[in-house]
Design a binder for this molecule. Structure first.
Ligand SMILES: Cc1cc2nc3c(=O)[nH]c(=O)nc-3n(C[C@H](O)[C@H](O)[C@H](O)COP(=O)(O)O)c2cc1C
Length: 332
């Protein structure tokens, strides 16, 4: 006897678990736009987008039957899929909220049949509906791609219900040196990787500092005073004692002696504070600019997307290993 899938025999399926399981399929994030019959622009965030066919070029996505834009998409045949770039999270949030004018204040372009196009995306596909299918509580749209463009902006990803940034595995990277060492206290050890990365990155910053007659602790303290002028030794200690490893008082004094800093007093605190001399400021800003440009060069070599991934992971790492140290100057 043939079994029909009905409510009685369908295995119990926990909707929350089902969503969670679906979330393990990592996707990009798109915004799909169209123009409703009355000419108003409509759009929504969708990660149900997928490729279907290369020849003819076709893509698909599904739209909730509860979406306010449903009548627009079932009426018009023209729509555009925008693959969002990693820095377009706010566009995704904006187009996932219903109601308000989602397009307010956005710089738009006009596509095929007047479909509103967003800028700065990783890729855009302008499409024309070929088929429309029932898909449970969604409608599935299959469209033929009539035009597309793309740029090198790395894409925004969506994984387990959260925005993500993807880094590509690089098979050309050297493996740990020997099978015996692999995974042991060696090239794979996090401490080694962090230490070596710091050492290599810091090398040329240190050379510049040395050329200006600065030791490492002097450079740390100077960089701190450059970021926040008019600080006391106690404030410097509170902010960077963890990397300095010694009291900042004598270091501040030595920077006064060598003409980088001068003493001042802050009326409210009554404490002795330190600020850059005019010449000191000039030279310190040059050093900081060189450090920033080294950062830009390094990020340029590893790529914007991996730079963003690296910074995110280092922030997570710092947060998870923080023994209760202060935020560097908080919001000041
Ligand atoms: C990452 C993400 C992916 C989404 N994917 C879809 C989707 O594929 N289909 C859909 O109908 N809604 C999807 N949504 C929800 C819609 O964006 C949201 O319900 C939107 O408010 C619908 O707009 P509308 O009601 O103005 O049409 C998604 C939301 C997010 C944040």
């Amino acid at each position: 006897m043939e079994h029909h899938m009905n409510a009685e025999i369908r295995p119990a399926l926990d909707p929350k678990e089902f969503r969670t399981a679906l979330g393990s399929f990592t996707t990009g994030v798109t915004v799909i736009t169209a123009r409703a019959g009355d000419g108003t622009a409509v759009g929504l965030t969708a990660n149900s987008f997928n490729s279907v066919s290369l020849d003819p070029p076709m893509v698909l996505w599904s739209l909730s039957k509860k979406a306010q834009s449903l009548p627009a998409f079932t009426t018009t045949r023209h729509w555009a899929v925008h693959v969002l770039a990693a820095d377009q999270e706010s566009l995704s949030d904006r187009f996932a909220r219903r109601g308000e004018d989602k397009f307010a204040g956005l710089a738009l372009e006009s596509g095929h049949e007047g479909v509103p196009l967003l800028k700065g995306c990783s890729a855009r596909f302008q499409c024309k509906t070929s088929f429309q299918y029932e898909g449970g509580d969604h409608i599935i749209f299959v469209g033929e791609v009539v035009a597309f463009d793309r740029c090198e902006h790395p894409p925004l990803a969506f994984h387990a219900g959260r925005y993500a940034i993807a880094t590509q595995k690089d098979p050309s990277l050297p493996k740990p040196r020997s099978a015996r060492l692999a995974g042991s206290f060696s090239d794979d050890f996090l401490g080694y990787l962090l230490g070596r990365a710091h050492f290599q990155f810091y090398q040329s910053i240190r050379e510049n500092a040395r050329a200006q007659g600065l030791s490492d602790p002097q450079w740390f303290v100077l960089a701190t005073v450059t970021v926040k002028d008019g600080v006391s030794a106690q404030e410097v200690d509170e902010a960077i004692a963890y990397s300095l490893g010694e009291p900042s008082g004598p270091i501040l004094d030595s920077l006064v002696a060598s003409g980088w800093l001068e003493r001042s007093t802050r009326a409210a605190a009554g404490a002795v504070t330190f600020r850059l001399t005019e010449d000191g400021r000039d030279r310190a800003l040059h050093l900081l600019a060189a450090a920033k440009s080294l950062e830009a060069d390094t990020l340029g070599r590893i790529g914007y997307a991996d730079g963003a991934v690296l910074k995110t992971l280092l922030q997570k790492f710092i947060h998870s290993t923080n023994p209760g140290l202060p935020d560097l100057w908080g919001d000041a």
